[in-house]
Write a protein of this length. Structure first.
Length: 293
């Protein structure tokens, strides 16, 4: 079955983002779904800042016998609608979208797998809406991130890159995602194909709105982005995936996280930020851990 057969669309909004005094217009969100739609064990997967639902193309089929797996394109990414007002790309909007999505799908609670930004969304939900999250897998993200690393991410996320050929695009992707721990050419081709959109002029562009990086670009220039107040209030079971070469989730951060609560740790030695979840032993670790909870 192709991903076209697995892709669905739902309309969220309009609604008021009260904390930001923003009226978020109605927008379409797309998502991929694997497994039995009647299974009450639901795993929601959410990607990183400029990524998309296809990042879980290997996780979904591998877990489909045990879970109903739903992987979401957040607004401005993948096949989901772009928001006209770029200030609407913020965590208040993302969290509200997830809450409305779960309500529309009649999901009282779910397991959570979040990569980078997706992990931060999960931490927010687990803190402020704990009944919705049964257990959470955080893929290479914690409550503290060095600003020097955020600068690296800002450099490529805020630019609108276009490419004349797929090969040219793949070479670019191999540079900006070199920390993902991808080794096989088939996986590079997968991430290339799922990261691009063919434009009317015959060129290719990355399939996200560069406006999603606006908030990151304007972030306060402090030494660290501090979210410890969230971590201290996360009480659900947690599996932390760590790319051993990560410059976002540092070993010192992991040690500090242990002071506040117990959690399980799975380290991927060959990856940095953020591990691309395509390898059987890593996906099995996630599956085994989720089945325990």
């Amino acid at each position: 079955m192709s991903n076209d057969d697995l892709r669905h669309t739902i309309t969220l909004g309009p609604y008021w983002n009260i904390l930001k005094f923003q009226r978020i217009p109605a927008h379409k969100i797309t998502y991929l779904e694997w497994g039995d739609p009647s299974n009450d064990k639901v795993l929601i997967c959410v990607h990183g800042l400029t990524r998309n639902a296809n990042d879980f193309d290997y996780v979904g089929p591998a877990l489909a016998n045990d879970f109903r797996v739903i992987s979401i394109d957040m607004a401005g990414r993948g096949s989901s609608d772009w928001l006209e007002n770029k200030k609407h790309y913020n965590y208040h909007t993302y969290i509200k979208d997830i809450l409305l999505f779960m309500k529309a799908k009649n999901l009282k609670s779910a397991y959570w797998l979040g990569t980078s930004m997706g992990g931060l969304i999960g931490m927010c939900l687990a803190t402020y809406y704990p009944k919705y999250i049964k257990a959470m897998v955080l893929n290479d993200i914690g409550p503290e991130m060095p600003n020097r690393t955020l600068d690296r991410i800002r450099k490529y996320t805020s630019k609108e890159a276009t490419f004349d050929t797929l090969n040219e695009a793949e070479q670019f992707i191999k540079i900006i995602f070199k920390y993902f721990g991808i080794k096989e050419e088939e996986h590079w081709k997968h991430i290339t194909q799922t990261s691009l959109v063919l434009c009317l002029d015959g060129k290719y562009r990355l399939n996200y709105d560069s406006g999603v990086a606006e908030k990151a670009t304007k972030a306060n220039r402090t030494e660290f982005l501090d979210l410890w107040y969230l971590w201290k209030k996360v009480y659900c079971p947690v599996l932390l995936i760590h790319g051993a070469k990560s410059d976002i989730l540092l070993s010192s951060t992991i040690e500090k996280m242990k002071k506040y609560r117990d959690f399980d740790l799975h380290t991927i030695e060959e990856a940095g930020h953020a591990p691309y979840l395509v390898y059987e032993h890593d996906i099995k670790a996630i599956k085994d851990w989720l089945n325990k909870h």
